[in-house]
Design a protein around this ligand. Sequence first.
Ligand code: FMN
Length: 222
Amino acid sequence: MPKNPLKILILFYSFTGTVAELAKYVADGASKVANVEVSIKRVPELLPDEFFKGKDPLLKIRKDLESKYPVATKEDLIEADGIAFGTPTHFGSFAAQLKEFIDQLSGEWLQGKLVNKPAAVFCAAGTTHGGEELTLLSTMIPLLNLGMLPVGIPYPVQGEGNGFDAGSPYGAVYVTGGGRKLSEADQKVARILGTRLATMAAILNCGCDHCNFCHDLNKKVE
Ligand SMILES: Cc1cc2nc3c(=O)[nH]c(=O)nc-3n(C[C@H](O)[C@H](O)[C@H](O)COP(=O)(O)O)c2cc1C
């Protein structure tokens, strides 16, 4: 029998709040799939309190994120049937805060606790060519090491015209420079990513007695 409800975790780091905004749309997309419970959680901030001294706007964002989103635990990841990982682009790659969280999963890696869970990635970057695709792909590297199954967004689900430029095959993207607002096309792509992630989680946990694929897949984890 399928697990009911399936758990989808949207896990992110955000420094100035834009990844947190994108996370909501990924979560919205995931919640459109039947029998799915979606939670949005963050990884801990690593920057020390001194860093925020005299930086009131940044401190306000930090406090706001802390009040809205609980910190995820390893158990949250183990219990999840699918996970979306969100990060800002920091110097062309994913944020150290997310890396540090993932680097604590060596025990879970050894035990194969995340094997065969679908994973999706999303990011915010300042500029179009500032490294968002590198960020998405570099985030996927440790997830593949953990045995997770990548879920992307194949063209042309973005749509036509301006919408075609939104997101990327590798994940959802929000280019934020110059105070750019999240476009409807970006929102749509983020939702599609969440829906695809949750759908894949449902397929992998279908529990039906017809094809046995999911039973076989799960057997290899043991
Ligand atoms: C330390 C640092 C490094 C950054 N490096 C890049 C970069 O390499 N390319 C880019 O396009 N934007 C870069 N940015 C901008 C952020 O990716 C962008 O502002 C993003 O929207 C931040 O997401 P957040 O609001 O969730 O923190 C950087 C920002 C910071 C603070």
